[in-house]
Write a protein that binds this ligand. Structure first.
Ligand code: ATP
Ligand code: MG
Length: 423
């Protein structure tokens, strides 16, 4: 016999029993973002590879080693999007959405990165994100953070801490970068392979290392905050004051640099200790240079992206139950005549009672086996029809959850009204 085909490594099915939790999260996010005045954008999963080379940065993990890029049949280089900020910027430039106007947009969908699969790290994963344009902040930075804080609260999530930093302007960052290169070059023998490579391409990323052997060296590195330009320092202080006034706790982490190249000034992460090594559930920040880098007019931008799988794993770890899908009615139909009459009746009921959750027995079966399915279906009532009821225009209503309630037989004429009063 041929071997069953399996899904590929690091990508997962979301099974019917899991999708209620996904929908709950998506619905909560959707309504929250609408309350803050954000509109949804849906960009393609396929983009030109060049978009990410220019938008994410050549010396990032994503571009260096994680991208799913391939030659199309005509030779064009195409990539499965590894993130969606670059795509949002591309779309906004392409459709003229940044001309003298502000934008608040959000997206949700799958992203693709060829990482080593492990808990909380997959090759196809999902993000929900928001992006804002033409608002220099720090008010919008604070709004984005407040919005995520409110989302955790709505979802019932606890123990997620906010870490915050400012990367300054590209100029102050360049000066700081020179200091960093000097510091790490003086101890080159202590650097791991990744860090050696980054030393001359992207030394800030060394601060982001997860290698415990390098902890002391990183701790001894010069502090970015001592080298911020005045405007960035003021911007950051204002952001902190707004967070204070909104009652949002945060930790300033001068080592927080984030993986992507495009950040300027504000960067932040929401982190939990309850998911092991993959504890960052949301990351974001300001990217004032990105629009210009992708060919648009210089435009401030700020946004975040959160990992849907990690949030769902955290909800599960914290015992947050998602509502079970339920159904109102299971229709038991025994015999051909009952099946025919019952099908038409079911459609009439759906017309008369929009929103009615009615599960019709399909595929026949004995009375007993159908009642078993009815029981399993979580339905509140079974509607039961056999040959005799079908001939007499009658149907039985049997309460399935209330042990004391009685089954009753009635004419199908008044059934819709009867169900309306019962449900
Ligand atoms: P990490 O440091 O964990 O690799 P990152 O800096 O690469 O994260 P971002 O590109 O900022 O992550 O993406 C935002 C969020 O998307 C992350 O905080 C995380 O919750 C989620 N995420 C990123 N990569 C993955 C992945 N491979 N699998 C599952 N979720 C992911
Ligand atoms: Mg990563």
């Amino acid at each position: 016999m041929a071997k069953n085909i399996q899904s590929i490594r690091g990508v997962h099915d979301i099974l019917p029993e899991q999708s209620a939790a996904w929908q709950h999260l998506e619905e909560t996010v959707r309504s929250l973002l609408a309350e803050y005045g954000y509109s949804e954008i849906r960009t393609p999963i396929l983009e030109s590879t060049e978009l990410f080379h220019r938008g994410v940065g050549e010396v990032t993990d994503i571009v260096e080693k994680e991208m799913y890029a391939f030659a199309d049949r005509n030779g064009d280089s195409i990539a499965l999007r590894p993130e969606n900020t670059a795509s949002c910027v591309r779309a906004c430039i392409q459709h003229g959405l940044l001309h003298n106007q502000q934008q608040r947009i959000w997206y949700a969908g799958p992203m693709f990165r060829r990482e080593r699969p492990q808990k909380g790290r997959y090759r196809q994963f999902h993000q929900v994100g928001a992006e804002t344009f033409n608002i220099p902040g720090p008010d919008i930075d604070a709004e984005l953070i407040a919005m995520t804080a409110r989302l955790w609260q709505r979802l019932g999530l606890k123990n997620i801490r906010l870490e915050l930093n400012s990367l300054g302007t590209p100029e102050s960052r360049a000066a700081y970068r020179a200091l960093l290169t000097e510091h790490f070059s003086a101890h080159e023998e202590l650097l791991d392979e990744d860090s050696k490579r980054r030393l001359h391409t992207n030394p800030l990323r060394i601060l982001d290392t997860k290698n415990p052997a390098m902890r002391d060296l990183v701790a001894a590195a010069p502090d970015l905050h001592d080298h911020l330009d005045q405007e960035s320092a003021d911007h950051f202080a204002d952001l902190c004051r707004m967070l204070d006034m909104m009652g949002i706790d945060y930790i300033i982490n001068p080592r927080l640099v984030r993986g992507l190249d495009y950040y300027t000034r504000t960067v932040f992460e929401w982190i939990t200790d309850e998911l092991g090594a993959q504890g960052t559930v949301c990351g974001g920040g300001r990217y004032d240079g990105l629009v210009e880098q992708l060919g648009g007019k210089s435009t401030p931008g700020c946004g975040f992206a959160m990992g849907t799988e990690r949030l769902l794993e955290l909800m599960q770890a914290q015992g947050i139950e998602n509502q079970q899908t339920t159904t109102d009615i299971y229709m038991v139909l025994v015999g051909n005549e009952a099946i025919q009459t019952g099908m038409a009746l079911a459609e009439q009921l759906r017309t008369a009672l929009p929103g009615l959750q009615l599960l019709m027995n399909a595929g026949g079966g004995s009375f007993k086996s159908q009642m078993k399915r009815a029981d399993k279906s979580t339905a509140t009532y079974a509607l039961i029809m056999g040959e005799e009821e079908a001939r007499n225009g009658q149907i039985n209503i049997k309460p399935l959850r209330d042990k004391d309630a009685q089954q009753q037989i009635m004419s199908i004429d008044g059934l819709a009204e009867q169900l309306q009063s019962l449900l």
